[in-house]
Write a protein that binds this ligand. Sequence first.
Ligand code: AKB
Length: 315
Amino acid sequence: MKKRILIIGACGQIGTELTLYLREKFGNHKVIASDIREGEAELMQSGPFEILDAMNYDAIQEVVIRYEITDVYLMAAMLSATAEKFPMKGWNLNMNSLFHVLNLAKDKKIEKIFWPSSIAVFGPTTPKIDTPQRTVMEPSTVYGISKQTGERWCEYYFKRYGVDVRSVRYPGLISYKTLPGGGTTDYAVDIYHKALKHKKYICFLNAETTLPMMFMDDAIKATVNIMEANTEKIKTRNAYNLSGMSFNPEEITASIKKHIPEFKISYEPDFRQAIADSWPQSIDDSEARDDWGWKSEISLDEMTEIMLTNLNDKY
Ligand code: AKB
């Protein structure tokens, strides 16, 4: 098989698990991990790794040519909370890295791109419950504006240049292998660590803040499935809605208490509350289901069990 994959941003929360999954599926030497810093030992030791800055077109091109890359997964991004602190840095990273890979595909140096979008493309004027695939989109965060703009460019490059780019709108992602960084949904990972370590957690969102979330295994499955689907099945070239589960801090606390009854949560909402309030509570992903057979599998209680079991050794 000719396929050779480059993951840019391989050491982040999604990149780490995606790299390991793809190495298992296609063979270690077929999947080149890259990031601006080194990552977890398992990732570094299981296959090729390159230090690579997602903002540097020439460096990306050099790696693409040297390894004869066919597919690129662009996982480097600045997430919502950090991008509010560094708006221009967030915009530059999120947009320039996307243009670099889109242009490599336009120039036929790579064949296929995965680029993640987010529920952050939606804003305060979007219908909040069962948010449809196509609806009002007026994002109010730098991150959301960069993702919405990125979606428009993906569709443009597909229509104008035939670039095979595929994308999904990730909800908040929860995993035990690598910590997230700089997102508004990060509390839903941190809460498990703190529940095991301190039996209490101070949440930066209020008790009723319901957000769409997903366990990492489901997210990886969606990512690889959309990339491996036959081209004619991918009818949306901006990004597909994706749904896993929806919960608020009170509900995840109740799920944790089934295992750790003494666990306590308190609330000190900060600037991330306004970001969360601008996002949907639940997502309608029927187009992804119909077009390429997407289906989430892991519920809140199943996820809690997996998280606590796997993090238990750490604390
Ligand atoms: C964030 O919170 O910024 C991300 C996202 C929803 O895209 N997890």
